[in-house]
Design a protein around this ligand. Sequence first.
Ligand SMILES: Cc1cc2nc3c(=O)[nH]c(=O)nc-3n(C[C@H](O)[C@H](O)[C@H](O)COP(=O)(O)O)c2cc1C
Length: 197
Amino acid sequence: MHTSPHPLDPLLSRQSSNALEDPAPEGADLDLILDAGLRAPDHGRLRPWRFVLIRGEARLAFSDCLVAAARDRQAPQAQIDRIRAWPLRTPLLIGIGAQIRAGHPIPEIEQMLSAGAAAMNMLNALHMLGYAGMWVTGANTYDPTVNAALGFEAPSRLVGFLAVGTAKAPSPDAAGPAARPDRLAHVVDWSGPLGAS
Ligand SMILES: Cc1cc2nc3c(=O)[nH]c(=O)nc-3n(C[C@H](O)[C@H](O)[C@H](O)COP(=O)(O)O)c2cc1C
């Protein structure tokens, strides 16, 4: 039975937010969030995690970089306008990449999953410290020009960006049952092979 306060409350109440404002974490808070990312599980101790902090004035150059890539992809103007504005209204962006070792006995998918686990740990950590964020990908994450600008050459690659700041308006039902999927729709108690009998 879940009674409040419960040790898992921070995990169960995390919610993504794309309506962000200052402050973003910095200093000791940011260090803790990054360290939480570095506690992700990692098969083979490959440490594939790479975090690229984009903040302050650098967001202008990043916006220009995203716009140039979107133009090269011949994205529609409305999308280019959204792409241009996004870094400028986001207090802190963290590009999360996986430094992939190709041909390693640890499959590439596991190296990617470890980078994803780092992203999740950071989302939880920043929520626990009172900040908010959202994991976003979109075409820019898969664009080789954007990857190269952030230091990722294939097979290394971005797994997405964390948009980070403080939520403008925390949702009142973040910890409520409405925010959670039906557990029964996602869980089975396995008792033998499934499929055609
Ligand atoms: C790998 C990954 C990529 C995502 N990319 C986007 C994205 O580009 N745009 C978007 O609106 N949501 C994206 N999302 C979804 C949001 O991060 C978020 O999970 C979703 O809005 C649900 O909110 P919640 O985390 O509060 O349940 C992505 C999620 C994941 C895991």
